[in-house]
Write a protein that binds this ligand. Structure first.
Ligand code: CP3
Length: 343
């Protein structure tokens, strides 16, 4: 059975524009909070395939999105490469042994990570078994740069001083880390594809931290290496890339992938002008419009005016926030599906 989401990734004309939301399996859903409470904490939920499967399916069943995204986190890769990870309440993720030297990089274990991430592959198999045949399953990983940033900073940061100090004072160490993370991601995404994902997505949430030359040297180069590897070996699996906050650098974007994720700060017109012929575009309603139905209507109309129902996947321009009313999320999905019908 054909999947409207996969068809859209391939540039086929679809009956309406498929739609999903980044972070759709999450805290705005009371049903998610229930399962997470049963699991104990966030990482235990990631490591429990049955529960992770259950929360992955919730947004499909409750909100009506056209694709499920497997429930996990980008940081399970550094965790299984040998780093100590905790999710601290109110602070987000924390690595207690951040990377500072080449010895630290050498200790990271690529093969161990690919094997230990079996709970993710098991989650994918369970979801694919239960998900309707016409809905797509999205697998994902973090971009090497975004993962390396967490691995060096040890936690979220506003200034990125440790990681930026490294790129200008010790670029070789940075490249050694990025190369190793990229190798782990190749195996990880390969295993996700073999386990049954329909589409692969790469999140580069911290692209925004870098000036243009540094972005292409320390991030985009490695994203391209990863997507070229996947395209060469798995040409039938569409790939989405989402580099957040680089609207000024769109002229330099190239590489082997299918869909470019547009963040909310990039005008859709600009993304279409620069990249719309080469790639399908995904995005980009400002996520906080979800607080208000009139704001949703306006936001949806703006994007439709530019993209019509052509070479487009509807999404938010970043993740849904935990305090958004579920009713509004449902309204957003239904509005997109209805307004793009027969366009
Ligand atoms: O629904 C989905 O999109 C699938 C699951 C998913 C999660 N994280 C679940 C999650 C995905 C795709 C991610 C990606 C992710 N994780 C990114 C890239 C995308 C982005 O949003 O920029 C990043 C940077 C992370 C790292 C991360 N994980 C942070 C910074 C946090 C804490 C944030 C916060 O709001 O507290 C997490 C935890 C996390 N990952 C949660 C969820 C549902 C919240 C955990 C909880 O239940 O308390």
């Amino acid at each position: 059975m054909s999947k409207i989401f996969v068809d859209a990734c391939r540039g086929k004309k679809t009956p309406y524009t498929p739609v999903w939301m980044m972070r759709q399996a999450g805290r705005y859903l009371p049903e998610y909070m229930e399962v997470r409470a049963e699991a104990g904490d966030f990482l235990s939920l990631c490591k429990d395939p049955k529960k992770a499967c259950e929360v992955s399916l919730q947004p499909v069943d409750i909100v009506g999105v056209d694709a499920a995204i497997m429930f996990s986190d980008i940081l399970v890769v550094p965790l299984e490469m040998g780093m100590e990870l905790k999710f601290v309440k109110g602070e987000g993720p924390v690595f207690s042994n951040p990377i500072t030297s080449l010895e630290d990089v050498e200790k990271l274990d690529v093969q161990k990570a690919a094997n230990e991430l079996k709970y993710v592959y098991d989650t994918i198999k369970l979801i694919r078994g239960k998900l309707a045949a016409d809905k797509a399953l999205i697998g994902f990983c973090g971009a090497p740069w975004t993962l390396a940033t967490y691995m060096i900073e040890g936690q979220g940061t506003k200034t990125y001083n440790k990681v930026k100090k490294m790129i200008y004072t010790n670029p070789n160490l940075m490249h050694a880390l990025l190369a190793k993370v990229t190798e782990a991601l190749k195996l990880y995404m390969e295993n996700q594809i073999k386990s049954g994902i329909d589409v692969a997505m790469v999140f580069d949430s911290w692209a925004v931290a870098l000036e243009q030359s540094a972005y292409f040297e320390f991030s985009w180069k490695y994203i391209k290496e990863l997507t070229s590897f996947l395209k060469k070996n798995y040409p039938d699996t569409p790939i989405i890339v989402f580099p957040k906050g680089i609207s000024g650098y769109l002229d330099e974007i190239d590489g082997e992938f299918d869909v470019f994720g547009v963040d909310w700060s990039t005008p859709m017109e600009l993304a279409k002008e620069k990249l719309g012929d080469k790639y399908i575009l995904q995005g980009n309603m400002e996520p906080t419009r979800l607080y208000d139905k009139k704001a949703i209507d306006e936001g949806v109309d703006r994007v439709i005016k530019v993209m019509k129902n052509e070479r487009h996947i509807f999404n938010l321009g970043h993740g849904i926030l935990p305090d958004v009313p579920v009713e509004n999320a449902k309204y957003f999905i239904k509005t997109v599906q209805e307004k793009t019908k027969n366009l």
